[in-house]
Design a protein around this ligand. Structure first.
Ligand code: SF4
Ligand code: SF4
Length: 169
């Protein structure tokens, strides 16, 4: 039974002499190939040549520290809520006495993970963060072999600490 009238009957015409010897088709193909010899090559010899990055480039996330080197993230979860790919997970913890130099606020993320295989680098987590704690200003996420190695934890995401005394000297 025919459900639509979109069916097309293809007519199988007998081949002409020119079609049977393939010569015109070969000439046509060669003409296209030759034309490409004189065109500007759109590809580059990576990694010897590198194209400049766009100003809007979004790379790997980094969890920022404040000017005193303390982690800015307060584990509020807004980044995870705004993530359309559900790539962010975290565990919140209370700051203990004596940890004021490590975490800026009373709550911090003891675990913060991003699944880089899910992330689409949309930047919504960066926009949602009220503490300016997360930015996609890192390099490319590099290739790897195992899925588990694409779950980036705090060891890869938190900015390295810096010695402020060295900056002053
Ligand atoms: S960049 Fe987009 S997809 Fe990636 S973690 Fe942030 S919100 Fe999710
Ligand atoms: S990175 Fe920002 S939005 Fe995400 S949990 Fe930390 S403070 Fe909240």
């Amino acid at each position: 039974m025919q459900l639509t009238n979109r069916k097309k009957v293809i007519e199988q015409k007998p081949m002409t002499f020119a079609e049977r010897i393939y010569f015109p088709a070969i000439v046509k193909g060669l003409r296209i190939t030759l034309r490409h010899f004189f065109k500007k090559i759109p590809t580059i010899k990576y990694p010897e040549e590198i194209r400049p990055y766009s100003k809007n480039f979004r790379g790997q996330h980094s969890l920022k520290r404040d000017e005193e080197g303390r982690e800015r993230c307060t584990a509020c979860g807004l980044c995870a809520l705004s993530c359309p790919a559900e790539a962010i997970t975290m565990t919140a913890a209370e700051r203990k006495k004596g940890e004021e130099h490590l975490y800026r606020e009373e709550k911090y993320a003891s675990v913060y993970e991003i699944n880089m295989l899910r992330c689409i680098f949309c930047g919504l987590c960066e926009e949602a963060c009220p503490k300016e704690a997360i930015y996609l200003d890192g390099p490319h996420v590099t290739a790897d072999y195992l899925r588990k190695d694409f779950i980036y934890g705090k060891d890869k995401l938190v900015e390295p600490t810096f010695d402020i005394t060295k900056l002053k000297s």
